[in-house]
Design a protein around this ligand. Structure first.
Ligand SMILES: Nc1nc2c(ncn2[C@@H]2O[C@H](COP(=O)(O)OP(=O)(O)OP(=O)(O)O)[C@@H](O)[C@H]2O)c(=O)[nH]1
Length: 379
């Protein structure tokens, strides 16, 4: 069998294979196969931006992805804003770079923090994140688990105003309400309004307050010990630089004989991509080049898993309260599967154990059944 595979791979007669060829089974090509498959499938990423109006959210997103995602945006006047509640809007673009396709979804939260009374203004945002988890949970429990549309929010860029002395109560409350549900990356907005010294002070203060209030912002994963020195240095700088101080601009200006994205002031030019002016490049590299996959992994393995466990636990305790243990609870009315699907899904039936209860998903029924330990033995 192995020599047959070798023969096919090398397109040579087995007897004419060199020693090196003979020791080559072929699983070294597995990464290439995964690479080809994922490039063909394309990638998706959902980014949420939050922070009060006018902090430069849309400008920064356009600068990050070099696209105009907010063409149809309607700016409200003060009177309209008084009555505005927090809305959730979605913009999706398909971008392609060197044959790699990315479906980028930006979730904006206009109206957040703009009202006279901002009590619980983060509620529509937390509800939105939960709804995406709920939809995913349902799709995952359905028959067609292969082509699930993943709308879960992978990252939230939270804009902190540059004008205050650290976090405001609304910033603390917002981050605390969301930190168990999404990867929060705090940003100091419009950093060109501050001197380098002021930026440093504000960053120190924000970092202290994040720790003091027990806010869990996105943690960069630890660097592997076998990584090269350059990578380790980059990783260290990234960790020290949070919250990122950013500047956005939709215009291209001329600076030092070059056309650059920047902001032209009577006293000089602020360059968005100049690392001595702001942390824009670090943020973009982190978000797109180095940590996009980790942000998706943390969303799936931590935030979604928490949601899923919480849901199952709630269902179990509700059943225990209602004394309905041992009775089937259909959560998803699904069509009767055909013979082949039935055979496949039978192999995948899952059991989840919580305390003394076992929750068994029967995809054939299809329903969840909940048993206490005793009835499970009988079942
Ligand atoms: N000084 C400075 N101004 C900026 C920066 N980014 C954006 N602006 C300006 O700030 C104003 C508001 O920017 P937007 O990007 O529309 O702000 P927003 O947060 O998307 O506003 P809403 O859509 O109302 O939530 C515009 O006049 C921008 O040109 C920045 O980094 N520095």
């Amino acid at each position: 069998m192995t020599s047959g595979v070798r023969y096919m791979l090398c397109n040579k007669c087995p007897s004419s294979l060199s020693l090196q060829d003979k020791q080559y089974v072929g699983f070294a090509t597995l990464p290439n196969q995964v690479h080809r498959k994922s490039v063909k499938k394309g990638f998706d990423f959902t980014l949420m931006v939050a922070g009060e109006s006018g902090l430069g959210k849309s400008t920064l997103v356009n600068s990050l992805f070099l696209t105009d995602l907010y063409k149809d945006r309607k700016l409200l006047n003060a009177e309209e804003r008084i009555n505005q509640t927090v809305e959730i809007t979605k913009h999706t673009v398909d971008i392609e770079e060197k044959g790699v396709k990315l479906k980028l979804t930006i979730v904006d939260t206009p109206g957040f923090g703009d009202a006279v009374n901002n009590n619980e203004c983060w509620k529509p945002i937390t509800d939105y994140i939960d709804q995406q988890f709920e939809q995913y949970f349902r799709d995952e429990s359905g028959l067609n688990r292969k082509n699930i549309l993943d709308n879960r929010v992978h990252c939230c860029l939270y804009f902190i105003p540059p004008f205050g002395h650290g976090l405001r109560p609304v910033d603390v409350e917002f981050m605390k309400a969301l930190h168990e549900k999404v990867n929060i990356i705090p940003l100091v907005a419009k950093a060109d309004c501050l001197t380098p010294n002021e930026i440093k002070k504000l960053k120190d203060r924000v970092r202290d307050e994040i720790e003091r209030f027990g806010i869990k912002v996105y943690q960069f994963p630890e660097c592997d010990s076998d990584e090269d020195e350059e990578f380790k240095q980059m990783d260290k700088e990234l960790k020290e630089c949070t919250p990122f101080a950013v500047i956005g601009s939709n215009t291209v200006v001329e600076a030092r004989g070059q056309r650059v994205r920047g902001r032209l002031y009577p006293w000089g030019i602020v360059e968005v991509e100049n690392q001595s002016h702001c942390d824009f490049v670090k943020l973009r590299n982190m978000l797109i080049r180095s940590h996009m996959h980790d942000l998706k992994d943390v969303t799936c393995d931590v935030h979604y898993e928490n949601y899923r466990a919480h849901c199952i636990q709630e269902m179990t305790s509700k059943l225990a309260q209602d004394n309905r243990i041992d009775s089937p609870i259909p959560i998803l009315p699904l069509p009767t599967p055909d013979a082949e699907t039935e055979r496949l899904i039978k192999m995948k039936d899952e059991e989840v154990r919580i305390d003394n209860y076992s929750l068994i998903y029967s995809s054939v029924a299809p329903s969840y059944r909940c048993f206490d330990s005793e009835s499970l033995k009988k079942a």
